[in-house]
Ligand binder design. Structure first.
Ligand code: NAP
Length: 309
């Protein structure tokens, strides 16, 4: 959002000077000041030019107050809907938990405010469809979903090779999504709605195609998962043109956070490099430290996606 200021009183004979454009900050309201919400606030306030977080909201009002206290001019609104309706809020970040997303995103579209919604867009197919239909009816792009892998340098390089066509047409995609552990409130449905959604998004993005069929297989369970969590899962996607995508979701694999990706094409393959920041050779072994979770692995991608939004 920019506004140009021009001089109204210019002495005769003095040529008009082009004033430099005055850039007004985009005033952002954020709903859900949990782990990723506070991280996004830091990105928006410290790393994103022209962005300012002016209001926050969370069901945990103490946490919201604490977060607002750290902002230059942030305040806590009475609730999420008050934040969306607030005249001082130009755009909204939704980073509360998944089941709240539909309600807040629909309210943003109704209010005519752009919204960055953390994944998942919503937790059911019908809810996602209602959002898509509302945006189509509004005839404007309002919603961006937090699929940060599209901004990750490794994934972008992988896609560049795929798009170049240099190794033929794609035939198979292998995707692996491994978490060391998940919190106690994580449910079986979340293996799809919170975890595998990233892999579904990457498959559509890499192939430039829609998914036509899905099969979910539940092999023998990881005893470390506890309860009746289906872990691991093997999901088979079939694209419109017949490319098969296998997705392994393992959410209690203990050894680290490990994201795998490879595309098999007609005359070659392209894969993400092994996810170690450095390689250590010592004691007769070659290896390196793995990321513990998503925050360090995709830090650069989260920064880039919010700047792009
Ligand atoms: P979190 O730490 O539990 O934070 C969620 C926050 O939202 C909590 O403060 C929660 O309060 C609050 N909340 C719950 N219901 C709310 C409501 N009705 N209105 C306002 N606030 C509400 O979870 P998180 O890890 O930050 O995850 C938040 C979202 O980001 C999820 O959708 C998750 O899938 C997504 N996420 C995406 C990525 C990615 O890679 N793109 C990574 C992590 C998370 P209480 O704690 O009191 O319930």
């Amino acid at each position: 959002m920019t506004s140009a200021t021009t001089s109204r009183t210019r002495p005769a004979g003095v040529p008009a000077q082009r004033s430099s454009p005055k850039v007004a900050s985009l005033r952002i309201g954020l709903i859900g000041t949990g782990r990723i919400g506070t991280d996004h606030i830091r990105r928006l306030t410290e790393l994103t030019a022209g962005a300012e977080v002016v209001a926050v909201s969370d069901v945990d009002t103490d946490r919201a107050r604490e977060v607002a206290g750290g902002l230059a001019s942030g305040r806590v609104t009475a609730g999420a809907h008050e934040l969306i309706a607030d005249d001082d809020v130009d755009a909204v970040v939704v980073s509360s938990w998944g089941p709240t997303h539909e309600e807040y995103v629909l309210a943003c579209i109704a209010a005519g405010k752009p919204v960055f919604c953390e994944k998942p867009l919503a937790t059911t197919q019908d809810a996602c469809r209602r959002i898509v239909e509302a945006e189509v009816a509004a005839a404007r792009r309002y919603v961006q979903v937090g699929y940060m892998r599209r901004y990750d340098p490794s994934y972008r390089t992988l896609k560049a090779v795929v798009d170049s066509g240099e190794i033929g047409a794609p035939l198979l995609v292998h995707s692996g999504h491994r978490n060391a552990s998940v919190p106690g409130h994580y449910t079986g449905a979340m293996t799809i709605t919170d975890t595998a959604v990233h892999d579904f998004d990457v498959a559509r993005w890499l192939l430039d195609e829609e998914i036509a069929a899905v099969t979910v297989l539940t092999p023998k369970r990881n005893r470390g998962g506890g309860g009746d969590l289906p872990d691991p899962l093997l999901i088979l996607l079939e694209s419109e043109s017949g490319v098969l995508v296998d997705v392994e979701v393992s959410v209690n694999i203990r050894y680290g956070y490990d994201i795998r990706g490879a595309v098999v094409r007609e005359t070659g393959t392209v894969s993400l490099a092994d996810g170690v920041p450095v390689v250590v050779r010592s004691g007769g072994r070659v290896g390196g430290p793995l990321h513990k979770d998503w925050q360090p692995r995709f830090a650069e991608a989260y920064d880039a996606e919010l700047r792009d939004w």
